[in-house]
Design a protein around this ligand. Structure first.
Ligand code: NAD
Length: 476
């Protein structure tokens, strides 16, 4: 048992009714237990954030930046421990856990810089009309609830916490019940840095705790990352109070491979786009569109590359891919394997759970998947790739855009003019040309259509936590 909740600058036991059991997905064994925060504790956290708001808003930009740089540095100091915990609780291979840690740290450093630039953004607005002056103030939106999933816990939370704190907001963070320990590091770092009590609060729990937070009438905004099903419930809770919301939801993203590509390079990009984090990425490029002229050469090599991947326990073996992070996710992916068999899909690799302890599945490739297939249309959230062929550029764009999601896409082509043209035509929030999953803190993150509302990262991530005020004065 741990005391997992950080409320008003103190660590407290959970008083909720849910017991959360934390597992190692590589062997399926539990290694920690904690009680969820109760609704009353969510109330206490929101009240603490409200009390802390007025003083935190007036802290100088330089001081706020110093705290944020402190988060970046402390993450670096706790590097080994946090990498080990992500490997143990998420099942991430070491190199992926390292990248997550570096990404989180870079996010805090980036928003420290942006916090310092804030005073210069409050400036006069030139007016065409005589007799008036006007000036802009970028103010924090207020007390913000942050609800996050389990697939990139350090990173997703950093993408919300760093800009929110930079903007001058106070926050209540609810981590996922699957990975409830990792974000405790942010509370511990806040303590070490002497961040004023109530500026950052962390309440752990399942749906009940999440719902208590998302429906809380003491919030000024909610930022949610997770599934479309829960996103829709969170949106309803926000609608009931006409409150602003950011939603980072699911995806079913395309990777488009034209026939002028180097086959081996294309295979590398395709494999990375579907097996990184065992495919548990909102941005997984899980729909492969391959041009007729290259398909016969590419698909057998892709099959061989997927079959050759080393899948195993990242704590004890050299692996390319770890397990799925939860038993629920493993059962869900196994359910899609069963659907694929029922639908008669042609499987070139995988399509099965591994016969060993832990929540492992094989990297999987289905080809010639009809657009009517559930596997073509739905987010699976596992290492399951569905492929189709296309003839013309127009056909590739039409097939890629034929989705209720619109998060990301990858375009692979030696013809850069064409790649740029296709990138412009894709209905998504982010396109990678001849690269995969390269996320930089300076660029935006977020989707169109069913993939969400709003953007994280870059200056857009900061704007999500700011409210624009204008002060207009009559000179007469
Ligand atoms: P999920 O929606 O089940 O849970 C997300 C969070 O919501 C968790 O903290 C959970 O406890 C909480 N929650 C559950 N029920 C709730 C309720 N009724 N009210 C309020 N909160 C509630 O998602 P998940 O399984 O943790 O994560 C996987 C999903 O997240 C995938 O769909 C993936 O695409 C998406 N995701 C999106 C992005 C992005 O940036 N677009 C990034 C990562 C993950």
């Amino acid at each position: 048992m741990t005391t997992p909740h950080y409320i008003d600058g103190r660590w407290v036991e959970g008083q909720g009714s849910d017991c959360i059991v934390v597992h190692n997905p590589s062997d399926g064994q539990p290694f920690a237990e904690l009680m969820a925060a109760s609704s009353a504790q969510v109330d206490q956290a929101v009240a603490a954030a409200r009390r802390a708001l007025a003083p935190w808003k007036t802290v100088s930009a330089t001081e706020r930046a110093t705290y944020l740089r402190g988060f970046a540095e402390q993450l670096g100091q706790r590097r080994d421990e946090l990498i080990a915990l992500q490997m143990r609780n998420n099942g991430k291979p070491r190199h992926e856990a390292e990248i997550d840690l570096d990404d989180a740290s870079a996010t805090f450093a980036y928003y420290a810089d942006l916090a310092e630039q804030l005073p210069a953004k409050n400036r006069d607005v030139p007016l065409a009309a005589p007799g008036f002056t006007a000036r802009t103030r970028l103010e924090p939106v207020g007390v913000v609830g942050l609800i996050v999933p389990w697939n990139f816990p350090l990173v997703t939370s950093a993408w919300k916490l760093a800009p929110a704190l930079a903007a001058g907001c106070t926050v209540v963070l609810k981590p996922s019940e699957i990975t409830p320990l990792i974000e405790q590091a942010y509370g511990q770092i806040a303590e070490v840095l002497g961040l004023p009590a109530g500026v950052l609060n962390i309440v752990g729990g399942k749906a009940e705790t999440g719902a208590a937070l998302s429906g809380h009438n003491g919030l000024d905004k909610l930022s949610f990352t997770g599934s479309n099903g829960v996103g829709s419930q969170v949106m309803r809770a926000a609608a009931a109070q006409c409150r602003p919301i950011t939603l980072e939801l699911g995806g079913k993203s395309a990777i488009v491979v034209f026939d002028d590509c180097d086959v081996d390079q294309a295979v590398e990009w395709i494999v990375a786009g579907i097996t990184w984090n065992a495919g548990q990425m909102c941005s997984a490029t899980s729909r492969l569109l391959v041009q007729e002229g290259i398909a016969d050469a590419l698909l057998p090599r892709l099959q061989a590359a997927l079959v050759a991947l080393r899948v195993g326990n990242p704590l004890t073996e050299e692996v390319d891919m770890g397990p799925l992070t939860s038993q629920a996710q493993w059962l869900k992916v196994a359910g899609y394997f069963a659907t694929a068999r029922e639908e008669g899909l042609k499987c070139l690799a995988g399509g099965t759970a591994l016969d060993r302890d832990g929540w492992f599945v094989s990297p999987t490739l289905y080809v010639d998947v009809p657009v009517s297939s559930r596997l073509w249309g739905e987010e699976i959230f596992g290492p399951v790739l569905c492929a189709r062929r296309f003839g013309s550029e127009a056909e590739a764009i039409a097939q890629a855009n034929d989705s209720r999601f619109g998060l990301v896409a990858t375009v692979c082509s030696a013809d850069l003019e064409r790649a740029e043209r296709v990138a412009d035509a894709l209905e998504v929030g982010h396109v990678w040309i001849n690269s995969v999953q390269a996320v930089f803190v300076e660029t935006s993150w977020g989707g169109t259509k069913g993939s969400g509302i709003g953007r994280e990262l870059g200056p857009w991530g900061l704007s999500g936590y700011q409210s624009v005020k204008h002060v207009t004065r009559c000179l007469g």
